[in-house]
Write a protein that binds this ligand. Structure first.
Ligand code: DAH
Length: 343
């Protein structure tokens, strides 16, 4: 037993002298101290086979050896750990003069997108589909199918940008350009809205821009009348302004609706008494609309005797400006972060 302990101690000290890192140290711990198969643990377990006297004698010795080895082991571990820490500190260079790195900027939605998202939710809740249209559109869908043939003077009110060498393609002037495309693709009955950008060759000022957003609506079904149009418009305005608003219809002229209307809302600021915002009339012009012209239905492949419908064109940009009290349309595309960060 004595010899066995002496050999374990010798082997342990020899192996310990060769240990260079923590991994080797852990291997050594396994080899000598492991509870199940450690050499020293094994020797201690053998004590129980000895006679009582021998157990007393060698038990004491075995404990001394164990403590001695554990002490050597603990010292070595401390040495290795301090050396490692020193290494890390030596490699780590902290430049205390380095300026603070800029914080990551988190983006957010543009006010146009916020309003568009709300409107899409509202219309889908009423069973409308939301369609994407083409920003570069053929003259045919932008004008001709909307009852504006090539010699129609009504085209002059919507001058836009043309593509060199492709004079029959234009930057669309109105999202109404999707009316006939949608009828051709989906037929009737149909309930759809098309939000998106439109373009006009405008001299810009606080109220006019070459790029702005509209939302076109179209419903075609059997026996559609002006009362359906008014019902949907009221629901839309209630959703937008979060309260009941009083409306009135005035006659308005657009080539692709008959009859055509301008829908006004009673001024939300003065309640109809008259103020600067409503030009002292008590009413604010909000939405052009009307019953779909039979020629448009025919372009869409439908029989106007069988089908009727209504359409409306919501000026989304104007709505964004009203909602957030923006006094100059040019802010919306100016890219000025001082403006955009307010939303
Ligand atoms: N697209 C027309 C414009 O930009 C607005 C409009 C008027 C749309 C009447 C409609 C409508 O759907 O029925 O001036």
């Amino acid at each position: 037993m004595q010899e066995q302990l002496a050999k374990i101690k010798k082997d342990f000290l020899k192996a310990m002298a060769e240990v260079k890192d923590i991994l080797q140290l852990e291997e050594l711990e396994q080899r000598f101290f492991s509870r199940r198969s450690g050499e020293l643990t094994q020797a201690m377990k053998n004590l129980k086979d000895l006679s009582v006297e021998a157990r007393q004698e060698f038990g004491k010795l075995a404990n001394e050896v164990k403590h001695e080895l554990e002490e050597v082991f603990a010292k070595k571990r401390e040495q290795i750990e301090t050396a490692k820490m020193g290494d890390v500190l030596e490699r780590e260079i902290i430049d205390v003069t380095q300026p603070k790195l800029p914080e990551k900027e988190v983006g957010h939605l543009h006010p146009n997108t916020l309003v568009q998202n709300d409107l899409e939710d509202l219309f889908t809740s009423m069973g409308f589909m939301v369609l994407d249209g083409l920003e570069l559109e053929s003259e045919y869908y932008n004008f001709t199918t909307l009852n504006m043939p090539s010699d129609d003077p009504a085209r002059d009110t919507q001058d836009t940008f043309y593509i060199k060498g492709h004079s029959d393609w234009v930057m669309r002037t109105q999202t109404s350009s999707m009316q006939v495309r949608a009828l051709e693709k989906y037929g009737a009955p149909i309930r759809m809205v098309v939000p998106g950008r439109c373009f006009r060759n405008e001299a810009t000022d606080a109220a006019h821009e070459h790029t702005f957003c509209q939302l076109e609506g179209l419903v075609v079904d059997k026996n559609i009348s002006v009362s359906h149009l008014i019902g949907v418009m009221k629901e839309l305005l209630r959703g937008v302004f979060k309260r009941d608003v009083e409306t009135r219809l005035r006659p308005g002229h657009f080539q692709f609706v008959e009859p055509g209307f301008e829908l006004d809302i009673k001024c939300l600021i003065c309640g109809g008494v008259g103020c600067g915002a409503c030009k002292h009339s008590g009413w604010i012009e909000t939405m052009p609309c009307g019953l779909v012209h039979p020629k448009v239905l025919a372009y869409g492949g439908l029989d106007p005797k069988e089908w009727t419908g209504f359409a409306f064109g919501l000026g989304m940009t104007r709505l964004v400006m009203q909602k957030y009290c923006i006094d100059d349309i040019r802010h919306l595309q100016g890219g000025d972060l001082r403006f955009l960060k307010q939303f």
